[in-house]
Write a protein that binds this ligand. Structure first.
Ligand SMILES: [Zn+2]
Ligand SMILES: [Zn+2]
Ligand SMILES: [Zn+2]
Length: 254
């Protein structure tokens, strides 16, 4: 069965926040424990990761991800890429390089930020991941499933969400251009990021995310990349019937 697993559903700090004593950070509900945002797809026997979050090691162990066929990056912000070194474990097992797809600008930044990985010179001691950065601007077919990049704005930064079959994953977003809205027609499931703040310059607030869901009109939607202002049970109660809070470990059939 083809499946999506939420590996992490928290904003850049994760939830709880270090040093915070608010109700959500102190909550004993496991659904209020959020690692950094990432999803894992198991489709037609292919193993696909969207982003290598800061918490990748813990996430991969928890979800039992034993191999990877491809990685798709949304953008180069720290919370979405800082687990990149953990990809070494898959190189050790699979003994070949891993393809990493994404927007060209973000992959260029990743190449600079992780110079030790992409520098030709061998490392003195320690290992480095064996990765191939492949910029894309259109669909890539992985084992019969088209991964379709969807351009969205994250403040002034154009980044990618991805559509695969009737599901779309859009994390850090403050505006969905009309062109991209057209690519999101007839969705079964829309996964979309929202922060619990009255306003934000680079992310949808919950209110704006709900407006976007209303406009795109999927069968159902899941809120992800949330911060400590959105407690799981309290927020779930105020959401429309077809909108849910994602949580770490949640699996969806796709
Ligand atoms: Zn983020
Ligand atoms: Zn807190
Ligand atoms: Zn970001």
């Amino acid at each position: 069965m083809d499946e999506l697993t939420f590996l992490g559903t928290g904003t850049s700090t994760g939830v709880p926040n270090i040093g915070c004593n608010c109700m959500v950070c102190k909550s004993s509900d496991p659904k209020d424990k959020r690692l950094r945002s990432s999803v894992y797809l198991n489709v037609v026997g292919k193993s696909i990761l969207i982003d290598t979050s800061t918490d990748l090691r813990q996430q991969a162990l928890r979800a039992g991800i034993a191999r990877l066929d491809a990685i798709f990056y949304t953008h180069h912000h720290a919370d979405h890429i800082h687990g990149i070194d953990e990809l070494r474990s898959y190189n050790y097992i699979q003994k070949h390089s891993l393809p990493c797809y994404g927007p060209k600008d973000s992959l260029d930044k990743i190449r600079k930020m992780f110079n030790y990985i992409f520098d030709e010179a061998p490392l003195e001691g320690g290992g480095k991941p064996n990765l191939e950065l492949i910029p894309i601007d259109g669909p890539i077919c992985i084992g019969g499933v088209d991964m379709i990049p969807i351009s969205v704005m994250h403040g002034n930064l154009p980044i990618f969400g991805y559509r695969f079959r009737d599901t779309a994953y859009i994390t850090d977003c403050s505006l969905i251009p009309n062109d991209s809205k057209r690519k999101l027609r007839n969705l079964d499931t829309l996964i979309i990021g929202a922060l619990g703040m009255p306003r934000h310059s680079t992310h949808f607030t919950l209110e704006r995310a709900l407006e976007a869901i209303d406009e795109i009109c999927p069968q159902k939607a899941f809120i992800t990349h949330v911060n400590h202002n959105l407690g799981y049970s309290k927020t779930l109660k105020i959401l429309p019937k077809n909108v849910f809070m994602a949580f770490d470990g949640l699996k969806l059939q796709i």
